[in-house]
Design a protein around this ligand. Structure first.
Ligand code: SF4
Length: 350
């Protein structure tokens, strides 16, 4: 099996779902690193890693979805609920700019009172005020909610965002794209077919998007592979996803609770993602959830990472964010990589 997979990958071939499953369960780390390095080298110089500084601005924690793995949300009317004003949002962007950051990812909840116009007005204001910053304006999950709430179809909603200047709505809120998983943990959020339908509409209407995944809940390996298989097919068909970011569930203060997956499991999974998702250029390792340990992901096929300055969602669930970025960059160098600051990506057209 080892030699079969090795010769398939080294000759530029693609591995099946069954082989990816075998790799995760049976391969030793040396083989995983070797294979992930081979696929990585199809896209990137072997010892180069890229990064940028970014903030996730959580403009509201109001949400009606009730995902059991979420420590962040509050119901409407809860004394701890909030909705940031435009000036409060701008203060957070100023803090990022002071750190030399160039990307803001907006992430809130399913706020029942916010309309598309609220979002487009906020985004129009911040884009005008900070022309050197790129904005990931919401996640596909939030896009789905506001679209349905307003009684629109996804194409019409995507068209309105695009016309208002939106460049990116990321593939965030995906966690594990498997309907059995969704039913167990977040039945009110969406079904998988619906998620991809929304993402297709964004792409059709000229809005850039990305791919994400979160592991470490109680998902089975089969559910994880369902996520990867459908994602690879989607990218084969449309070819517009520039990056895939996988991070790990943080269990603190959540109803689901549990233990965080060990670093070794995260790294093995990253390697499988790099080898299996052979049609996505950037595989990103998560400093947000693994701090400097995330740099080990560069040995397991990742080529890119964020240096986050804030994200309330993961911090509420136990993530710690350090602004001592040099420690993280130094970790990359000690592993033999040259970390290079990069500009935010440009949306790709299908
Ligand atoms: S994960 Fe997102 S959609 Fe789910 S409860 Fe939390 S904020 Fe709401």
């Amino acid at each position: 099996m080892r030699e079969h997979i090795r010769s398939t990958v080294s000759s530029g071939g693609r591995i099946s779902r069954e082989l990816a499953t075998w790799l995760y369960q049976e391969a030793d780390d040396a083989l995983l690193k070797e294979l992930a390095g081979t696929v990585r080298a199809r896209f990137h110089p072997p010892r180069r890693a890229t990064y940028l500084k970014m903030a996730i601005v959580n403009y509201t924690n109001v949400c009606v979805a009730r995902c059991d793995y979420c420590a962040f949300y509050r119901f409407p009317g809860d004394p701890e609920s909030y909705l940031l004003s435009t000036e409060q949002v701008c203060a957070k962007i100023e803090a990022l700019v002071a750190h030399g950051g160039t990307l803001v990812g907006f992430n809130g909840g399913f706020h029942p009172d916010l309309h598309i116009e609220h979002y487009t007005e906020l985004f129009r204001t911040v884009r005008a005020r900070y022309p050197d910053v790129e904005f990931y304006e919401m996640t596909v999950a939030e896009f789905m909610f506001v679209t349905k709430r307003q009684g629109l179809d996804y194409d019409e909603s995507a068209r309105r965002f695009h016309q208002a200047g939106t460049r990116w709505i990321t593939g965030g809120g995906a966690e594990v794209l498997d309907d059995a998983f969704r039913l167990r943990h977040s039945p009110a959020k969406y079904k998988v077919d619906d998620f991809y339908e929304a993402q297709r509409a964004l792409i059709r209407n000229g809005v850039g998007t990305t791919a994400t995944m979160v592991i470490g809940f109680d998902e089975t390996l089969d559910e994880r592979m369902n996520h990867l298989e459908r994602l690879r097919d989607f990218q084969d068909e449309l070819g517009v996803l520039p990056s895939f970011l996988c991070w790990t569930y943080k269990p603190h203060n959540t109803d689901l609770a549990g233990e965080e997956v060990p670093l070794s499991e995260y790294l093995r999974w990253l390697a499988v993602c790099r080898v299996y998702l052979d049609n996505i250029e950037h595989i990103r390792t998560s400093v947000l959830t693994r701090n400097a340990d995330a740099m080990l992901g560069l040995l397991y096929g990742a080529d890119d990472f964020d240096l986050p300055t804030e994200d309330e969602v993961t911090q509420m669930a136990g993530a710690t964010i350090s602004h001592d970025f040099e420690i993280i960059l130094q970790s990359a160098r000690q592993l033999g990589f040259e970390p290079v600051a990069r500009a935010p990506l440009t949306p790709q057209e299908s």
